[in-house]
Design a protein around this ligand. Structure first.
Ligand code: DHB
Ligand code: FE
Length: 297
Protein backbone atom coordinates (compact mmCIF):
# COMPACT_ATOMS: atom_id res chain seq x y z
CA UNK A 1 0.00 0.00 0.00
CA UNK A 2 1.57 3.25 -1.10
CA UNK A 3 1.12 6.13 1.27
CA UNK A 4 -0.52 9.49 0.55
CA UNK A 5 1.48 11.88 2.66
CA UNK A 6 -0.29 15.10 1.75
CA UNK A 7 -2.31 17.23 -0.60
CA UNK A 8 -1.54 20.69 -1.95
CA UNK A 9 -3.88 23.12 -3.70
CA UNK A 10 -2.15 25.97 -5.50
CA UNK A 11 -2.66 28.73 -8.06
CA UNK A 12 -1.27 28.22 -11.56
CA UNK A 13 -1.50 31.63 -13.24
CA UNK A 14 0.97 31.93 -16.17
CA UNK A 15 2.11 35.37 -14.97
CA UNK A 16 3.70 33.55 -11.98
CA UNK A 17 5.86 31.56 -14.41
CA UNK A 18 6.78 34.78 -16.24
CA UNK A 19 7.76 36.39 -12.90
CA UNK A 20 9.97 33.39 -12.08
CA UNK A 21 11.56 33.56 -15.55
CA UNK A 22 12.39 37.24 -14.94
CA UNK A 23 13.57 36.66 -11.36
CA UNK A 24 10.93 39.09 -10.11
CA UNK A 25 9.99 37.12 -6.97
CA UNK A 26 11.11 39.93 -4.66
CA UNK A 27 9.39 42.75 -6.52
CA UNK A 28 6.79 44.46 -4.29
CA UNK A 29 3.94 43.08 -6.42
CA UNK A 30 5.15 39.46 -6.19
CA UNK A 31 6.88 39.17 -2.83
CA UNK A 32 3.77 38.73 -0.66
CA UNK A 33 2.60 35.97 -2.99
CA UNK A 34 5.87 34.03 -3.26
CA UNK A 35 6.55 34.38 0.48
CA UNK A 36 3.52 32.20 1.13
CA UNK A 37 5.21 29.17 -0.49
CA UNK A 38 8.12 28.77 1.96
CA UNK A 39 6.38 26.37 4.38
CA UNK A 40 5.10 24.15 1.55
CA UNK A 41 8.60 23.95 0.02
CA UNK A 42 10.06 23.07 3.43
CA UNK A 43 7.41 20.41 3.96
CA UNK A 44 8.25 18.84 0.59
CA UNK A 45 11.96 18.87 1.42
CA UNK A 46 11.27 17.11 4.72
CA UNK A 47 8.72 14.58 3.53
CA UNK A 48 10.37 13.81 0.16
CA UNK A 49 7.47 12.33 -1.82
CA UNK A 50 8.40 9.90 -4.61
CA UNK A 51 5.38 10.64 -6.79
CA UNK A 52 3.18 13.67 -7.41
CA UNK A 53 -0.30 13.00 -8.79
CA UNK A 54 -1.41 16.33 -10.26
CA UNK A 55 -5.03 17.30 -10.94
CA UNK A 56 -4.86 20.20 -13.37
CA UNK A 57 -6.86 21.58 -16.27
CA UNK A 58 -5.39 21.78 -19.72
CA UNK A 59 -6.19 25.17 -21.33
CA UNK A 60 -5.86 24.15 -24.98
CA UNK A 61 -2.28 22.93 -25.28
CA UNK A 62 -2.79 19.17 -25.39
CA UNK A 63 -6.58 19.07 -25.81
CA UNK A 64 -8.81 21.45 -27.71
CA UNK A 65 -12.52 21.93 -28.29
CA UNK A 66 -12.52 19.41 -31.15
CA UNK A 67 -11.69 16.52 -28.80
CA UNK A 68 -11.95 17.17 -25.07
CA UNK A 69 -11.72 14.29 -22.61
CA UNK A 70 -13.54 14.85 -19.32
CA UNK A 71 -10.73 13.11 -17.44
CA UNK A 72 -7.34 12.28 -18.99
CA UNK A 73 -4.55 10.47 -17.15
CA UNK A 74 -0.92 10.57 -18.26
CA UNK A 75 0.74 7.20 -18.78
CA UNK A 76 4.18 8.27 -19.96
CA UNK A 77 7.71 8.15 -18.56
CA UNK A 78 8.26 11.76 -19.59
CA UNK A 79 6.09 14.87 -20.01
CA UNK A 80 7.06 18.03 -21.86
CA UNK A 81 5.54 21.47 -21.95
CA UNK A 82 5.56 23.75 -25.00
CA UNK A 83 5.23 27.40 -25.92
CA UNK A 84 1.61 28.35 -25.13
CA UNK A 85 2.02 31.98 -26.11
CA UNK A 86 2.43 33.34 -22.56
CA UNK A 87 6.18 33.85 -22.96
CA UNK A 88 6.90 30.99 -20.55
CA UNK A 89 10.08 28.98 -21.00
CA UNK A 90 10.04 25.46 -22.39
CA UNK A 91 11.18 23.36 -19.44
CA UNK A 92 13.27 20.24 -19.22
CA UNK A 93 10.98 17.18 -19.41
CA UNK A 94 9.25 16.08 -16.22
CA UNK A 95 9.90 12.51 -15.11
CA UNK A 96 6.83 10.25 -15.29
CA UNK A 97 6.17 6.70 -14.07
CA UNK A 98 4.24 4.79 -16.71
CA UNK A 99 4.01 1.68 -14.52
CA UNK A 100 2.45 3.61 -11.63
CA UNK A 101 0.14 5.43 -14.07
CA UNK A 102 -1.15 2.20 -15.61
CA UNK A 103 -1.89 0.74 -12.19
CA UNK A 104 -3.84 3.88 -11.39
CA UNK A 105 -5.67 3.76 -14.72
CA UNK A 106 -6.58 0.08 -14.23
CA UNK A 107 -8.12 0.85 -10.86
CA UNK A 108 -9.99 3.91 -12.15
CA UNK A 109 -11.48 1.98 -15.05
CA UNK A 110 -12.38 -0.90 -12.71
CA UNK A 111 -14.25 1.72 -10.66
CA UNK A 112 -16.17 2.77 -13.80
CA UNK A 113 -14.35 6.04 -14.52
CA UNK A 114 -14.21 6.32 -18.31
CA UNK A 115 -10.89 8.08 -18.50
CA UNK A 116 -8.66 8.78 -21.49
CA UNK A 117 -5.18 7.30 -21.09
CA UNK A 118 -2.40 9.38 -22.64
CA UNK A 119 0.95 7.84 -23.47
CA UNK A 120 1.92 11.21 -24.89
CA UNK A 121 0.72 14.34 -23.16
CA UNK A 122 1.95 17.92 -23.28
CA UNK A 123 1.49 19.65 -19.94
CA UNK A 124 0.58 23.34 -19.84
CA UNK A 125 1.08 26.21 -17.35
CA UNK A 126 -1.46 24.67 -14.97
CA UNK A 127 1.08 21.89 -14.45
CA UNK A 128 4.43 23.64 -14.90
CA UNK A 129 3.80 26.75 -12.75
CA UNK A 130 2.86 24.74 -9.61
CA UNK A 131 5.97 22.58 -10.16
CA UNK A 132 8.12 25.74 -10.21
CA UNK A 133 6.35 27.17 -7.16
CA UNK A 134 6.76 24.03 -5.07
CA UNK A 135 10.21 22.93 -6.29
CA UNK A 136 11.95 26.21 -7.22
CA UNK A 137 15.42 24.62 -7.47
CA UNK A 138 14.77 23.15 -10.91
CA UNK A 139 13.42 19.87 -12.22
CA UNK A 140 11.22 18.45 -9.42
CA UNK A 141 12.67 15.42 -7.61
CA UNK A 142 9.42 13.46 -8.04
CA UNK A 143 7.88 11.28 -10.71
CA UNK A 144 4.63 12.82 -11.89
CA UNK A 145 1.21 11.62 -12.98
CA UNK A 146 -0.79 14.42 -14.63
CA UNK A 147 -4.60 14.11 -14.50
CA UNK A 148 -6.36 16.65 -16.68
CA UNK A 149 -9.96 17.61 -15.89
CA UNK A 150 -12.06 19.42 -18.49
CA UNK A 151 -12.96 22.94 -17.39
CA UNK A 152 -13.26 24.38 -20.90
CA UNK A 153 -15.84 22.58 -23.02
CA UNK A 154 -19.25 22.33 -21.36
CA UNK A 155 -20.70 20.14 -19.96
CA UNK A 156 -18.02 20.00 -17.27
CA UNK A 157 -17.86 17.17 -14.72
CA UNK A 158 -19.74 18.05 -11.54
CA UNK A 159 -18.04 18.84 -8.25
CA UNK A 160 -19.42 15.56 -6.93
CA UNK A 161 -17.96 13.62 -9.87
CA UNK A 162 -14.55 15.26 -9.31
CA UNK A 163 -14.78 14.43 -5.62
CA UNK A 164 -15.53 10.80 -6.48
CA UNK A 165 -12.61 10.74 -8.92
CA UNK A 166 -10.34 11.99 -6.17
CA UNK A 167 -11.62 9.30 -3.80
CA UNK A 168 -10.98 6.65 -6.46
CA UNK A 169 -7.46 7.98 -7.01
CA UNK A 170 -6.93 7.76 -3.23
CA UNK A 171 -8.12 4.15 -3.22
CA UNK A 172 -5.93 3.29 -6.21
CA UNK A 173 -2.85 4.71 -4.47
CA UNK A 174 -3.77 2.77 -1.32
CA UNK A 175 -4.00 -0.39 -3.45
CA UNK A 176 -0.46 0.01 -4.82
CA UNK A 177 1.78 -2.86 -3.71
CA UNK A 178 4.84 -0.81 -2.70
CA UNK A 179 4.40 0.23 0.96
CA UNK A 180 7.42 2.53 0.84
CA UNK A 181 6.12 4.70 -1.97
CA UNK A 182 5.20 8.21 -0.80
CA UNK A 183 2.67 10.14 -2.85
CA UNK A 184 1.68 13.80 -2.74
CA UNK A 185 -1.51 14.87 -4.53
CA UNK A 186 -1.75 18.32 -6.08
CA UNK A 187 -4.76 20.30 -7.31
CA UNK A 188 -4.01 23.42 -9.34
CA UNK A 189 -6.03 26.47 -10.37
CA UNK A 190 -8.22 29.19 -8.97
CA UNK A 191 -9.01 30.56 -6.67
CA UNK A 192 -11.86 32.84 -7.77
CA UNK A 193 -11.32 34.52 -11.13
CA UNK A 194 -13.02 35.41 -14.36
CA UNK A 195 -11.00 36.37 -17.42
CA UNK A 196 -13.80 37.16 -19.87
CA UNK A 197 -17.17 38.83 -20.35
CA UNK A 198 -18.83 41.58 -18.36
CA UNK A 199 -17.57 40.13 -15.06
CA UNK A 200 -13.90 40.04 -16.17
CA UNK A 201 -11.78 40.69 -13.08
CA UNK A 202 -14.37 39.18 -10.73
CA UNK A 203 -12.93 37.91 -7.42
CA UNK A 204 -14.96 36.60 -4.46
CA UNK A 205 -12.93 36.59 -1.25
CA UNK A 206 -15.75 35.37 1.05
CA UNK A 207 -16.30 32.34 -1.19
CA UNK A 208 -12.56 31.59 -1.43
CA UNK A 209 -12.30 31.80 2.36
CA UNK A 210 -15.21 29.41 2.71
CA UNK A 211 -13.56 26.99 0.25
CA UNK A 212 -10.24 27.10 2.12
CA UNK A 213 -12.09 26.19 5.33
CA UNK A 214 -14.42 23.58 3.93
CA UNK A 215 -11.73 21.85 1.90
CA UNK A 216 -10.08 20.93 5.18
CA UNK A 217 -13.05 20.26 7.44
CA UNK A 218 -16.07 19.37 5.33
CA UNK A 219 -15.07 18.93 1.69
CA UNK A 220 -18.26 17.02 0.88
CA UNK A 221 -20.21 20.28 1.29
CA UNK A 222 -18.47 21.75 -1.75
CA UNK A 223 -19.89 18.92 -3.85
CA UNK A 224 -23.39 20.34 -3.39
CA UNK A 225 -22.70 23.23 -5.75
CA UNK A 226 -23.68 22.84 -9.39
CA UNK A 227 -21.22 23.98 -12.07
CA UNK A 228 -23.46 27.03 -12.71
CA UNK A 229 -23.38 27.91 -9.02
CA UNK A 230 -19.60 27.50 -8.90
CA UNK A 231 -19.20 29.79 -11.91
CA UNK A 232 -21.52 32.34 -10.34
CA UNK A 233 -19.64 32.24 -7.02
CA UNK A 234 -16.04 31.76 -8.18
CA UNK A 235 -16.08 33.16 -11.73
CA UNK A 236 -15.95 31.38 -15.08
CA UNK A 237 -12.37 30.18 -14.58
CA UNK A 238 -12.74 29.96 -10.80
CA UNK A 239 -14.42 26.66 -11.59
CA UNK A 240 -10.84 25.36 -11.40
CA UNK A 241 -11.69 24.78 -7.72
CA UNK A 242 -12.76 21.36 -9.06
CA UNK A 243 -9.05 20.38 -9.05
CA UNK A 244 -8.76 21.23 -5.37
CA UNK A 245 -11.91 19.24 -4.61
CA UNK A 246 -10.51 16.16 -6.39
CA UNK A 247 -7.15 16.57 -4.61
CA UNK A 248 -8.82 16.84 -1.20
CA UNK A 249 -10.99 13.78 -1.80
CA UNK A 250 -7.89 11.66 -2.40
CA UNK A 251 -6.77 12.35 1.19
CA UNK A 252 -9.67 10.46 2.76
CA UNK A 253 -12.23 11.48 5.34
CA UNK A 254 -10.11 13.49 7.73
CA UNK A 255 -7.31 15.90 6.95
CA UNK A 256 -5.53 18.62 8.85
CA UNK A 257 -4.32 21.96 7.59
CA UNK A 258 -0.53 22.30 7.67
CA UNK A 259 -0.29 25.66 5.92
CA UNK A 260 -2.42 28.03 3.87
CA UNK A 261 -1.91 31.34 2.15
CA UNK A 262 -4.21 33.73 0.31
CA UNK A 263 -3.25 36.83 -1.65
CA UNK A 264 -5.20 39.21 -3.92
CA UNK A 265 -4.57 39.94 -6.71
CA UNK A 266 -2.22 37.76 -8.71
CA UNK A 267 -2.88 38.66 -12.31
CA UNK A 268 -6.68 38.39 -12.47
CA UNK A 269 -7.01 35.87 -9.67
CA UNK A 270 -7.06 35.38 -5.96
CA UNK A 271 -3.81 33.49 -5.33
CA UNK A 272 -4.28 30.53 -3.00
CA UNK A 273 -2.21 27.79 -1.40
CA UNK A 274 -3.39 25.03 0.93
CA UNK A 275 -1.26 22.18 2.30
CA UNK A 276 -2.98 19.35 4.16
CA UNK A 277 -2.01 16.00 5.60
CA UNK A 278 -4.40 13.06 5.83
CA UNK A 279 -5.26 12.32 9.43
CA UNK A 280 -6.43 8.77 9.24
CA UNK A 281 -4.36 6.50 7.09
CA UNK A 282 -5.46 4.19 5.62
CA UNK A 283 -8.71 5.98 4.93
CA UNK A 284 -9.79 3.55 2.23
CA UNK A 285 -10.65 -0.05 1.69
CA UNK A 286 -8.42 -1.23 -1.17
CA UNK A 287 -10.05 -0.98 -4.56
CA UNK A 288 -10.71 -4.17 -6.47
CA UNK A 289 -8.24 -4.88 -9.21
CA UNK A 290 -9.45 -5.07 -12.77
CA UNK A 291 -9.01 -8.86 -12.73
CA UNK A 292 -11.16 -9.13 -9.62
CA UNK A 293 -13.70 -6.79 -11.16
CA UNK A 294 -14.20 -8.93 -14.27
CA UNK A 295 -14.19 -12.12 -12.19
CA UNK A 296 -10.87 -13.48 -13.51
CA UNK A 297 -8.82 -15.64 -11.17
C1 DHB B 1 -4.94 33.62 -15.64
C2 DHB B 1 -5.48 32.68 -14.77
C3 DHB B 1 -5.58 31.34 -15.13
O1 DHB B 1 -6.11 30.36 -14.35
C4 DHB B 1 -5.10 30.91 -16.34
O2 DHB B 1 -5.16 29.60 -16.61
C5 DHB B 1 -4.57 31.85 -17.23
C6 DHB B 1 -4.49 33.19 -16.88
C7 DHB B 1 -4.79 35.04 -15.27
O3 DHB B 1 -5.29 35.46 -14.22
O4 DHB B 1 -4.14 35.80 -16.00
FE1 FE C 1 -6.25 28.44 -15.39
Amino acid sequence: MAQIIGGIGTSHVPAIGAAIAKGAQNDPYWKPFFDGYGPAREWLKETKPDIAVVFYNDHGLNFFLDAMPTFAVGAANEYCNADEGWGLPVMRPYMGDADFSWKLIEQLVAEEFDITSCQKMLVDHAFTVPMQLLWPEGTPPVRVVPISVNTIQHPLPSALRCFKLGQAVGRAIAAHEDPDLKVVVLGTGGLSHQLDGTRAGFINKPFDTLCLEQLVEEPQRLTHYSIRELIELAGTQGVEILMWIAMRAALGDKARRVHSHYHIPISNTAGGLLLMEPQEAPAFAPARTFRQHVGAA
